[in-house]
Ligand binder design. Structure first.
Ligand code: ATP
Ligand code: MG
Length: 398
């Protein structure tokens, strides 16, 4: 018996004349993900990609696990392929479906006949396979309205495809189909979740991180690099920009009123991110901000931060509370790393009484007390860029 994987589109299925572009992108993202898991053949028909292992070593179960993290996929189904002969399917279904049906209470059959030359109609196939399932699994019952398991048979040109398990895919759009954006990645719980959400909408997500040694440690940086590596599971390859931010923070501390430290710092971070966006072709900045979470994320403070950027700032977590954000972080596997207790540069020199409702004109006045441009240029020049590749473990030298 040959087993293959059917990948059903998510939102792509709704696209019009440009659908093929999205399909091509999804297929090449899938290929990249499965490359390390063996040789696979690909075929596309009717909003489905058929993935067939081409040698003994190509592991279908591992491939399914990897596919669960590929955006653009609506559902994943493993299926057995039999010759187009109903007797062969009936004779083999007990063995193939035993894992799924042995302990199930109810089932139904769904038959689809893409090959119209097949001698049985869909209702006839359903009837015959239903009887065969009842024979093979005496404890199961039929429920056509809300069955525990739906057994599907698709009769196609190349064979009869039998499946019973439909795994929900990651949804969203293929990474890369929406362009690329730069995520301001801190070591916290929020920003990796924000990156995940925007990758899900089809963006390539690269990361920018600001460090302030010796106030922030190498351990803190290593943690953020680890987060980057973990994010590649969903985002694919990630470019990581690491910006030396110490002198800027010291200049803020020495020259600006304390109550505006955080908002000025955030504005300067955004200015630097904006510079790299323009230089390297990113269409937006992403942050992990959520309205009212802390003083720098009030409506007014966010307004002041926004004014420092020329490009759109995407804040996918803006309307979420911490519990919802934490759930995402756990789901995507970044939570445990995020809670490691290393300081972020945001906590360096953080004011005791920050302005929670800053006015932009006051912030601009406070910021103009010092000419930050030369330090911004120096930080940009000192920025290092590393590439984190999907599926490759990083050797951390620091
Ligand atoms: P997170 O949990 O992601 O750290 P947070 O709730 O701690 O977010 P802040 O520290 O106020 O919030 O930071 C708000 C946002 O600013 C972060 O989500 C992130 O996008 C960005 N940010 C903060 N610190 C850094 C940093 N050191 N480097 C890059 N971006 C940062
Ligand atoms: Mg933080």
């Amino acid at each position: 018996m040959k087993e293959l994987i059917m990948v059903k589109y998510g939102e792509i299925a709704l696209k019009g004349i440009n659908k093929k572009t999205f399909e091509d992108m999804l297929q090449s993202n899938i290929k990249r993900r499965l490359k390390k898991l063996g040789q696979f053949g690909y075929e596309r028909m009717q909003s489905t990609i058929y993935i067939e292992p081409l040698d003994e070593d190509s592991d279908v179960d591992e491939a399914v696990e990897a596919l669960k993290k590929v955006f653009g996929i609506g559902a994943i189904q493993k299926c057995a392929v039999y010759p187009k002969d109903i007797e062969t399917v009936k004779a083999n279904l007990g063995e193939y479906l035993s894992d799924t049906l042995e302990n199930a209470k109810t089932f139904k059959i769904e038959a689809k006949r893409a090959d119209k030359t097949f001698p049985l109609t869909s209702p006839e196939i359903q009837q015959q396979l239903g009887d065969a399932v009842l024979d093979a699994f005496p404890n199961i019952g039929v429920d056509v309205h809300s069955p525990e398991v739906t057994v599907r048979l698709e009769v196609r040109d190349n064979g009869a495809y039998l499946s019973a398990k439909r795994i929900t895919g990651a949804g969203g759009m293929p990474v890369g189909s929406s362009g690329k954006a730069l995520l301001m990645l801190s070591g916290g719980i929020d920003s990796p979740a924000a990156g995940y959400m925007m990758a899900k909408r089809g963006l390539v997500v690269d990361c920018i991180h600001y460090i302030s040694p010796p106030y922030t440690s190498n351990m803190a940086l290593t943690k953020v690099r680890k987060l980057c590596e973990e994010m590649t599971e969903f985002c694919g390859d990630i470019m990581f920009y690491c910006v030396p931010f110490t002198e800027i923070q010291e200049a803020i501390r020495d020259n600006c009123p304390e109550e505006y430290f955080t908002v000025i710092m955030r504005r300067l971070m955004v200015k630097i991110a904006n510079w790299f966006c323009k230089k390297d072709g990113y269409g937006a900045i992403i942050t992990g901000e959520s309205l009212a979470q802390v003083a720098s994320q009030t409506l007014r403070a966010i307004g002041c931060t926004n004014a420092a950027a020329e490009l759109p700032i995407f804040r996918p977590l803006i309307g979420m509370d911490k519990i919802e954000i934490t759930d995402i972080a756990r789901k995507i596997g970044t939570f445990e790393t995020s809670i490691l207790p290393y300081e972020d540069c945001c906590t360096v020199f953080s004011p005791k009484h920050p302005r929670t409702k800053p006015h932009l004109e006051d912030v601009l006045k406070a910021e103009s007390a010092f000419d930050f441009e030369p330090l911004i240029e120096k930080a940009i020049t000192g920025t290092t860029v590393t590439r984190y590749k999907y599926g490759e473990e990083t050797v951390f030298l620091e």
